[in-house]
Design a protein around this ligand. Structure first.
Ligand code: CP3
Length: 646
């Protein structure tokens, strides 16, 4: 792929990184830093600091911090200035100003965390206490960071910005102009922006060349990489859009991401542009795939590795998806979640579809699962549902006896849960034509346990007490849940899912006898009632002792948690059912080589037998590094069974 790099200072390093991945580089620096000579602001700041009239200094860049000291050194003794600086509160925006300060033997009082935007600077300051009345100096770069300055002023601080350098166009703009012409001519696949200022400069130079509109049009068919959140914000504000931003604002991560995602996502971008979508403003939900994406496969969905594995047909490689693949471990998820509650995300189909698609884009998994929750169904039954930060779900009032069961409302999912069906329709339209979409619901036991306990539980005392004391009410409750879920899953299937999973997450708290008496008949009824032809996955945790009984529910695929040996358990329950699992989610916190080794061990247990879908043994954990999840997906896809591993 032909890649335009707008970076200036690090252009050499970036070029070699892109070339290592086989890209052809067009280097077109779009800016340079110009020091402000004898900056009066810098000198006034030095005097104020020396006179004890400054309480806090914020350093936003390494280059700027050093430039500031250089200016001040011309008028004041270096040691006196650094001495004064060491006595006030100092804040560094990230590793680069920290490194500059280390040269001065000063440890910053506060350091902003990644991705090192002004928001993290502000968060670091806020965490340390109020700033009202404090006199704060902010070392700036290029143009003023108005948002940060304003936010500090809103908190009652007295803020003085200090300009140390400005941004200008490069001395020689010929490479930039030539790159713009090449992009306009349609001869570029990828452009990479490594600062917000580059974006403004590229548009400015294009405008001077009379090519702005044509450049904007051409970029609708080019893969646009952005190094971090500030650059992304600028690209979005200027309606250029952005196709990939790494999770850490590092050039190496940007280049690696462009190489992994570029080809695949560029096909979608170009097809969308051809279909008349304004890709500069589009979200994932608006995008489409080329119609001939799967021209050689008659039914791309039914022939997908995932559905073939559900039917225990041979596949070229083992399919993988990850439970909770759209969730808090993803930066993009957290960005959306910072603005809306979890329940609102579920209830806004365009957001639910967006995060569902995002997980597939980022991980390259073989199936999508619609973003929703197993507990959404309790609201239309007339029970309150809230998700409190750090506490998990809460159900009020809990169901505690037969009267409470009788009082539950009949659920009409076509009406009360129509947002799920709508999210499925939006997702299915934008999802790759060969990637199946999974629907899901809670299994009757696990949903009942939340309704009775009112929350998650360790020993399920209320649930079991209910079950033992009033079996009649228990069976009535499960019966209601079964039929509500049958209608709910039928809605999901009608809206476009290709398979469904039943989450019976907590069923492992039961003895085999109790499982057979109180749970199995209901779960079996549910599965039998669902439209035939749709593969059904049944998943629970702590089910080692229940698996024989679980086989009787009649699911097409049985999910294992990580506590069992997949090879042994598959042999025990019989190869006439497919299996899913079962890497311990905590393994994703180990090193990439350990992740690969342990994934291979599970794959070797499955021994290439048709009917294994790789997954974690339970949902991915919130702090999991996304790179490690990607490592797992790649390891599973690259694995080929050898004859002697069985
Ligand atoms: O797999 C996916 O990506 C699809 C989405 C999905 C969610 N929940 C999103 C979610 C699925 C399939 C579920 C199922 C679910 N929900 C289960 C069964 C699976 C399992 O993990 O055992 C259960 C038990 C629930 C109930 C529930 N919802 C719990 C216990 C929690 C966790 C609360 C917490 O703070 O950790 C939720 C919330 C929830 N569901 C989140 C997500 C992404 C986190 C919400 C947030 O952003 O704060």
């Amino acid at each position: 792929m032909r890649v335009v790099l707008f970076e200036n200072r690090m252009s050499g390093e970036m070029r070699s990184a892109v070339e290592r991945f086989g890209g052809k580089v067009l280097s077109a620096p779009a800016m340079r830093e110009l020091p402000v000579p004898h900056s009066p602001g810098a000198l006034a700041f030095a005097e104020a600091l020396l006179a004890g009239r400054i309480d806090m200094v914020i350093f936003l860049t390494g280059v700027g911090a050093r430039a500031l000291l250089a200016i001040i050194e011309e008028a004041h003794p270096r040691e006196a200035f650094l001495q004064a600086l060491s006595k006030v509160v100092t804040v560094a925006r990230g590793p680069k100003p920290v490194a500059a300060m280390r040269e001065w033997r000063i440890t910053p009082t506060h350091v902003a965390t990644e991705p090192n935007t002004w928001r993290e600077v502000l968060a670091a300051i806020d965490a340390a206490g109020p700033v009202a009345g404090k006199r704060i100096a902010v070392q700036e770069y290029g143009e003023s960071n108005e948002e940060l300055v304003q936010a500090l002023r809103d908190r009652g601080a007295e803020v003085t910005p200090i300009a140390v350098y400005t941004w200008d166009l490069p001395e020689d703009c010929a490479p930039l102009r030539s790159a713009i012409e090449t992009i306009v001519a349609g001869e570029v696949e990828v452009v990479a922006f490594t600062s917000a200022q580059q974006v403004r400069h590229v548009l400015r130079v294009a405008a001077e060349m009379g090519l702005e509109e044509r450049l904007r049009d051409a970029l609708k068919r080019v893969f646009i990489g952005s190094v971090g959140p500030t650059t992304t914000e600028t690209l979005r504000r200027l309606a250029l859009g952005m196709d990939f931003e790494p999770d850490r604002p590092k050039m190496g991560d940007l280049v690696r991401g462009l190489s992994r995602h570029g080809k695949y996502l560029l096909r979608r971008k170009r097809a969308s542009a051809d279909a008349g979508v304004d890709t500069g403003r589009a979200t994932r939900v608006d995008l489409v795939w080329p119609a001939d994406e799967c021209a050689d496969c008659p039914d791309p969905l039914q022939n997908s590795v995932f559905l073939r594995a559900c039917r225990r047909e041979p596949t070229d490689y083992t399919p993988i998806w990850i439970m909770r693949q759209a969730g808090r471990y993803q930066r993009e998820y957290r960005e959306i979640r910072a603005k809306v509650s979890f329940l609102e995300m579920c209830k806004r189909p365009e957001l639910a579809a967006e995060v569902t698609l995002m997980a597939v884009d980022r991980l390259g998994v073989d199936a999508a699962i619609i973003f929703a929750d197993i507990l959404l169904i309790v609201e239309p039954m007339g029970v309150g549902l809230t998700f409190n930060e750090g506490e998990g779900p809460a159900i009020t009032p809990p169901v505690r006896d037969g009267h409470d069961v009788d009082a539950l409302a009949e659920v009409e999912p076509a009406e009360s849960l129509s947002f799920v069906a709508e999210a499925i329709r939006l997702t299915r339209r934008a999802l790759h034509p060969a990637v199946p979409l999974l629907g899901f619901c809670g299994a009757p036991f696990t949903v009942a346990s939340y309704m009775i306990e009112g929350r998650g539980s360790r020993d399920f005392r209320q649930t079991k007490t209910f079950m033992y004391r009033d079996p009649g009410a228990w069976h009535a409750l499960l019966d209601r849940l079964v039929w509500a879920h049958v209608r709910y899953l039928d809605e999901q299937i009608a809206a476009g899912v290709q398979a469904v999973q039943l989450f019976d997450s907590w069923v492992g708290c039961l003895s085999p006898e109790d499982y057979e008496e109180f749970v199995l008949p209901h779960t079996r009824t549910l599965i039998e009632a669902i439209k035939p032809g749709i593969p059904i996955i049944y998943f629970g945790t702590n089910t080692a002792t229940l698996l024989k009984a679980i086989k009787e529910v009649g699911a097409d695929v049985i999910g294992f948690d990580w506590r069992v040996n997949l090879g042994q358990k598959w042999a025990d329950i019989g190869y006439d059912v497919a299996v899913q699992g079962n890497l311990d989610p905590v393994v994703l916190f180990a090193t990439p080589s350990e992740i690969r080794r342990r994934a291979q061990r599970i794959l070797a247990q499955a021994a290439g037998r048709p009917g294994h879908i790789f997954n974690l043994g339970h949902g991915i954990l919130p702090d999991t590094p996304i790179d490690h999840a990607i490592t797992l997906v790649d390891a599973v896809h690259e694995y080929r069974p050898t004859r002697d591993t069985a």
